[in-house]
Design a protein around this ligand. Structure first.
Ligand code: ATP
Ligand code: MG
Length: 896
């Protein structure tokens, strides 16, 4: 009997549990505390600090299924997704780890046992690769791995692989080592017969039916900044197997999309679009029958690709939103936005979806995956709302882009050209999200081509700009003392310490040093709370710590210069004014979170926050504007809790489950260990690693200063506390005092201002009506004084009126004199001259006059320029003395 995807996932966990592995949860897909990586792209990401030796490796055997996203940086599969049937943007990676426990032999034996003995894959279909070695780096072939494989597979199933495929590196520097991949030949017997090529020769050749499913990485080296390798102090096994690919093999399918992971979503797409998806078998069949003509096949292929793209991207975007990363126009948010837009574009072009479409698939996704990933279920409403709004706004942009492209093509046509230039194509890409293929498609349909070379050159230029802006160079760490850092900042703001290691960082010509101390009271930026600053001092010197970051579970202190004696003992002293202010703001966000849930409801989820000495920003899910009344209620509740002066109740190493039982609120998309810290102020109880006030009274006072929308379904509150509130109050008071003094310190200020506004409105109306009367009178006068030149009424004058009135006047005159009219008005307003020309229609059609052309010439005499339509034009200038000459010139140019 075929196993379902859910059963296969469970069987993996069960197998490794039976091999003494601790089964751990997936880390969030969106990474929040690593400046070098935006998204989890492999199972090992969450163990980076263990591998780097900054975190306790126990338990040494672990296994999990990890949500991964490969759309940026080193691993970017985005362009493949949908076109092939085995790369996804988001996928699950099944993995097992050994941190200094078993090594190559154990990993190889277990992988084999699981695939062949437990899952019953046919060993004849399996091929493995081993690292061929690198003479220039002096690394021999991985004979050791080959020897262990030879226990299970014949020699001709073991293939040498090069550095690109078979040597894994964490980054430019850091842990690395050879790896061994397991590939499966899943071709049908028919395909094998037809091709006549053995599976062995198709490994790592991009054949869609001979694909890698599992990679076993053997970390045994550490690469230094100069490129050389040294032995790693602890050998690490890191394996990753594509879950979707495994399921496909076990369900006997030839496409990941034909498995029960994707079919329900694809069925929903079929229903919504009325189009049909063809599975691998159906496609194969129809190719063989060859009944369909080429055109039909292309259309069907486009539909298939589009449906795969939408099914895949729906998952990536939904999981990302559930993890707290919403589409936006910067960094990780922009990556998500681009994925979503790619799906919208395919649905728009090939599935004929001109309105939002993806959001309608959310219920299917949630019913399929919501049990294994409860974060989806809990946030279904938010996910739907965000996707819908993103889709709609992008569809509007698409429309705008298409209009722009239409105009560009029209211009090409009128200039007799057939190629759209690459700069324009790039602009469409950059501002309207039009990838080159869409622009090309639309152009082709209209008989145009696109300058691809220039487009690519523009793209290259932009990439270089981005690279230069982001370039960071790290030198190797200089070790002064071995050991791990101890954070003592929950209890101390001063502590005696030594520097364990330091390194130099160069970023855009800016140089600084990063220090790791043995003991530190400095809090490194995390969870929205900024890092501490302060000093390192001893009797000989004082070094400013300008910021503290957090990386791999430790505080990294940023300093502009190294101490003269880096090995000396120092006192590390935190700037407590700043720290207290941040702490008060942080505690206030907890109270705010609590109060929002009380006032607005349980759907309120924290979606981000920023706390610094002067900022308190809190983002949360809520689906409409928070009313003024609700905001006041929230403020009152928070201030009540401040006055109760509730003491901090902190639990540092509480087991995760116990914390949950206590009712502590965990955030979706956060990574928590087995032991967590819980911060409680009365009824407010949260998982939190931040620095807090010792009691709520320390906050002093809390005031909301703004409430706004940051994205669909997400609101933002900004607030002030303590001393900042005091300042805010003084500012308000000062403004009010100033306003009162304008009104002679009137007692009832509101009434006085209202009266002023009413008077102002009435006066404005009066002025407008006087002006209208004046225009009317001027019109009568001008018409009665008009000259007659060869049957044409010529009206000309200079008046001290504003531009709008000159225009009104010209139109009024034309109304009264609809034929044979040339009207030239000069006006001066605030010392600036203005020329207005009005012609009756017959002067344009019969006399071939053009007001725009006349004014361009005449306005030169007032040192100005302007233009307009054939019958009406206005031009401003600088030289008022030239007005009458300009009027004469205009009449002369009319050549009556
Ligand atoms: P490929 O060459 O097929 O892109 P890879 O070498 O990039 O694979 P690894 O980085 O070794 O793959 O990742 C481990 C496993 O994760 C692979 O063996 C594969 O099963 C799976 N995998 C990798 N990329 C994807 C993806 N984009 N979608 C689905 N599964 C993937
Ligand atoms: Mg890859």
């Amino acid at each position: 009997m075929t196993m379902t995807a859910n059963e296969i996932r469970d069987s993996f966990k069960k197998f490794f549990e039976s091999k003494q592995h601790a089964i751990v949860p997936s880390a969030p897909m969106v990474i929040k505390d690593d400046p070098t990586l935006m998204f989890t792209n492999a199972g090992m990401n969450q163990w980076k600090d263990i591998i780097l030796g900054t975190r306790d490796p126990e338990p040494r055997r672990r296994a999990d299924t990890q949500k991964c996203l490969r759309v940026s940086g080193k691993h970017n599969d985005l362009e493949e997704v949908g076109h092939d049937t085995y790369h996804h943007t988001m996928f699950e990676m099944l993995g097992n780890w050994s941190f200094g426990d078993y090594f190559k032999e154990g990993a190889i034996d277990m992988a084999w046992e699981y695939l062949v003995d437990v899952l019953k894959l046919n060993p004849a279909d399996l091929y493995v690769t081993v690292f061929e070695g690198s003479p220039e780096e002096n690394i021999p072939r991985d004979d050791e791995a080959a020897r262990y494989w030879a226990k299970h597979v014949p020699e001709d199933h073991i293939i040498n692989g090069n550095k690109h495929d078979n040597f894994w590196e964490m980054g430019d520097t850091g842990p690395c080592g050879p790896c061994s991949e397991i590939h499966v030949d899943s071709r049908t017997p028919e395909q094998r017969r037809q091709s006549g090529i053995s599976g062995r020769d198709l490994v790592n050749k991009d054949d869609p039916q001979v694909i890698e499913i599992w990679n076993l990485v053997f970390m045994q080296f550490n690469r230094k900044a100069d490129g050389s390798l040294e032995k790693l102090s602890m050998n690490v096994i890191d394996t990753g197997m594509g879950f979707e690919r495994l399921v496909r093999m076990l369900q006997g399918k030839h496409s990941n999309y034909d498995t029960d992971i994707f079919q329900p979503i694809i069925k929903a797409e079929e229903q919504l679009t009325g189009l049909k998806y063809t599975t691998f078998e159906e496609e194969d069949q129809s190719n063989q029958n060859n009944q369909n003509n080429q055109n039909n096949q292309n259309t069907q292929n486009n539909i298939n690709v589009a449906m795969r793209v939408c099914a895949d991207h729906l998952r990536a975007v939904s999981f990302s939103i559930a993890d707290g990363q919403l589409p936006s126009n910067a960094k990780a948010g922009y990556v998500i936005r681009r994925i979503l837009r790619r799906a919208v574009r395919y649905a728009y072009t090939f599935l004929d979806q001109k309105d939002g479409f993806l959001y309608k698939l959310v219920p299917t996704l949630v019913s399929e995956m919501g049990d294994a990933f409860p974060e989806l279920k809990a946030q279904q409403q938010l996910i739907t709302k965000v996707i819908k709004e993103e889709e709609e706004s992008f569809l509007r942009t698409l429309d705008k882009g298409i209009a722009l492209l239409d105009k560009a093509m029209e211009e090409l046509k009128s200039n007799g050209k057939s190629e759209l230039d690459g700069v324009q194509a790039f602009r469409l890409f950059d501002t309207y999200g039009f990838p080159l293929d869409l622009t090309e498609l639309i152009c082709r349909e209209n008989g145009f081509t696109v300058d691809e070379v220039q487009f690519n050159a523009e793209m290259q230029k932009q990439k270089e700009r981005a690279r230069n802006a982001a370039a960071v160079e790290n030198s190797d760490w200089t070790e002064l003392q071995a050991g791990e850092q101890q954070f003592v900042g929950y209890d101390y703001t001063e502590y005696s310490c030594h520097i364990l290691r330091y390194r130099k960082v160069t970023q855009k010509k800016n140089e600084f040093y990063e220090l790791v101390l043995d003991y530190t009271p400095f809090y490194g930026e995390m969870g929205g709370q900024v890092g501490d600053c302060g000093v390192l001092v001893n009797e000989n010197e004082t070094i400013d710590i300008i910021d503290t970051k957090r990386e791999n579970n430790q505080s990294i202190h940023i300093v502009k210069k190294l101490p003269n004696d880096p090995t000396a003992e120092f006192m590390a002293c935190v700037d407590t004014d700043k720290r207290d202010a941040s702490a008060a703001n942080h505690t206030a966000t907890h109270l705010l979170d609590y109060a929002l849930k009380q006032v607005l409801g349980d759907h309120v989820e924290q979606k981000g926050s920023l706390v610094s000495p002067n900022t308190l920003r809190f983002d949360f899910s809520h689906f409409q504007k928070v009313t003024d009344e609700e905001l006041r209620q929230v403020e009152r509740m928070v201030n009540d809790m401040i006055r109760q002066d509730i003491p901090l109740d902190e639990h540092r190493d509480m087991p995760f489950d116990e914390a949950k039982q206590l009712g502590a609120i965990a955030l979706f998309g956060e990574k928590y260990g087995d032991k967590v810290r819980v911060v409680r102020f009365g009824p407010s109880c949260e998982f939190c690693g931040g620095i807090h006030a010792s009691s709520t009274g320390r906050i002093g006072f809390f005031r909301i200063i703004s409430e706004s929308s940051v994205a669909a379904g997400i609101r933002r509150i900004e607030a002030k506390t303590g001393r900042d509130c005091e300042e805010l109050m003084y500012q308000i008071e000062d403004t009010l005092k100033a306003v009162k003094s304008f009104f002679n310190n009137a007692k009832d200020l509101e009434a006085v201002i209202r009266k002023y506004i009413e008077e102002h409105d009435a006066m404005k109306k009066d002025i407008e009506s006087f002006q209208a009367q004046a225009v009317e009178r001027a019109k009568e006068q001008l018409l009665s004084k008009a000259r007659d030149i060869n049957g044409v009424k010529v009206v000309n004058t200079v008046l001290p009126i504003e531009p709008q009135l000159a225009k009104d006047l010209a139109f009024k005159i034309r109304q009264s004199q609809p034929d044979h009219l040339l009207c030239v008005i000069g006006s001066v307003y605030q010392q600036k001259p203005l020329l207005t020309i009005m012609l009756s229609d017959d002067m344009v059609s019969e006399h071939q006059l053009n007001a725009g052309q006349i004014i361009r010439e005449a306005a030169k005499l007032i040192q100005g320029g302007g233009g307009g339509q054939p019958h009406y034009a206005q031009a401003g200038g600088k030289n008022a003395d030239g007005l009458s000459a300009a009027i004469d010139k205009a009449i002369e140019l009319a050549n009556l």
